[in-house]
Design a protein around this ligand. Structure first.
Ligand code: MN
Length: 203
């Protein structure tokens, strides 16, 4: 696990898909600043990029990776992370893949689509979510916070492999891909004021 301030160093990631997660001060994107971006190429290293209070979010190396059209960005609940990345870093992190959406399309036998549930059922590993609701804005991130933050990107490549197998099996890969393709727009709707309103509903 590697810790960086305000940007990713250049050239630390192998080519190909990257797993990405964010930690913020809360769930309201324009109010709750982006504190941390975690990123991994799936090779066993996790990089944590921390943004301090008053950050100008000037992170050219990180933004180049996130905006790279040749790299698929793997998220769990991409909708939230895409909005935070768009709002604070000013880039659209597409193309993207969302393990929560894939799970909802294939694991129709359960309503448990949290990352912990997926990692447990599909990979047989246990991750702790104890630090999920902690203060990510402090001057020092605790060992427990760093471990938690890194674990949120550690399993996404392997989850995607297993979820893709099941999407193929159930004939839902096309539908999943169409959902992923819409996610940047869904995130823009959230930022623009349609977060609570489902524009596809009749009401
Ligand atoms: Mn997280």
């Amino acid at each position: 696990m590697y810790f960086h301030e305000e940007d990713l160093p250049e050239g630390v990631l192998a080519p190909g898909p990257v797993a990405v997660d964010t930690e913020t001060m809360g769930l309201v994107t324009p109010r709750d600043r982006l504190c941390l971006v975690q990123i991994s190429d799936g090779g066993g290293d996790e990089h944590l990029v921390r943004f301090g209070p008053g950050s100008e979010y000037d992170a050219p190396n990180l933004c180049a990776v996130l905006a790279d059209a040749a790299r698929i960005k793997l998220f769990h609940f991409a909708r939230f992370d895409l909005a935070a990345i768009q709002y604070y870093l000013g880039v659209e992190a597409s193309p993207c893949y969302c393990t929560k959406i894939a799970s909802k399309l294939v694991r129709t036998y359960t309503d448990r689509h949290g990352l912990k549930n997926l990692v447990d059922e599909l990979l047989g590993q246990n991750i702790s979510k104890a630090q999920q609701s902690s203060d990510w804005g402090g001057p020092v991130l605790s060992e427990a916070q760093r471990d938690y933050a890194a674990s949120d990107v550690r399993y996404l490549h392997r989850l995607r492999e297993e979820l893709d197998r099941r999407l193929e099996r159930e004939g839902r890969m096309d539908m999943a891909q169409a959902c992923f393709d819409f996610l940047p727009t869904r995130a823009r709707l959230d930022i623009a004021g349609w977060a609570e309103h489902d524009i596809f509903s009749h009401a």
